[in-house]
Design a protein around this ligand. Structure first.
Ligand code: FPP
Length: 252
């Protein structure tokens, strides 16, 4: 199937896809390579998946690149992942900008080295008016940390308890203004949320594949989109066919 045929074969495309890019370490180990080469291969793959998302007409892509828990990894790996972020900005930013990609960051920037922080802020500023694909990079991100930050700022802003609702909380999250993910993909077969978008993913569809992230190519992405295409999203309501009869309501 050609890329155009693939797209027309789908009845719905998720507006926002989020990815837990897992399995870099095992990919490297299975080849007798150091873990960092797995992360480097994962970064190469990310370039291809960004382009594939643009081709498939996905508007938002969120990637889990470094969690608040990843600080607990060996220093060499932590520094290696920081270096990857720096390299991606140094080497890919202009091309991403030309392709109409808007870069956003979710998480905390304050623990990063000032030079890296500045590069991230520059990338966000440079690309802020692009609208082909919004790429949200979750770096030093944790879902619980995000909610704690939101609660602190809600209290600092003196919001009255009775004024707090879903919309208010969402507007204080790092993802303010970004629609909730429709589809969350996790590679390498692990069946865990791992503190990723725990508020925003309340009604996301999940797709888990045993494929390690560096091997998750465009065809694999298409399989995930095909799976999503077959899902009926009910958001806790009844399906259309159930509404026709007198079925008991259930959590959906
Ligand atoms: C999880 O695999 C992956 C990560 C913690 C890092 C993901 C980072 C990249 C793919 C590089 C792109 C990064 C940026 C900043 C653009 P793992 O190491 O836990 O794999 P394992 O479970 O097999 O050990």
């Amino acid at each position: 199937m050609s890329p155009a045929e693939k797209i027309t074969a789908l009845t719905k495309i998720p507006n926002h896809v989020a990815v837990i890019m897992d399995g870099n370490g095992r990919w490297a180990k299975s080849r007798g390579l150091p873990r960092m080469l797995g992360h480097r291969a994962g970064t190469e793959n990310l370039r291809k998946i960004i382009r594939a998302c643009v081709e498939f007409g996905i508007h938002y892509l969120t990637i889990y690149a470094f969690s608040t828990e990843n600080w607990g990894r060996p220093t060499e790996e932590v520094q290696g992942l920081m270096l990857i972020l720096e390299d991606v900005i140094d080497k890919e930013l202009n091309e991403l900008h030309e392709e109409g990609v808007q870069l956003r960051h979710i998480g905390r920037l304050e623990n990063l080295k000032p030079a890296l922080r500045e590069k991230v802020l520059h990338a966000i500023e440079l690309t802020r008016n692009n609208n082909r694909l919004v790429l949200c990079v979750a770096f030093n991100y944790g879902g619980r940390d995000e909610i704690v930050c939101a609660i602190r700022r809600i209290i600092e802003d003196g919001i009255r308890p009775e004024a707090i609702n879903d919309e208010v909380v969402a507007s204080y999250l790092f993802t303010a203004g970004v629609p909730d993910p429709d589809l969350i993909i996790r590679t390498s077969g692990e069946m865990r949320v791992s503190n990723f978008l725990i508020w925003q993913g309340a009604y996301s569809e999940w797709y888990v594949t045993p494929t390690y992230w560096p091997d998750f190519d465009k065809d694999e992405l298409f399989k995930a989109l095909q799976s999503y295409d077959q899902r009926e999203r009910r958001f806790g309501r009844l399906s259309t066919s159930d509404c026709a009869g007198d079925a008991e309501p259930h959590a959906g």
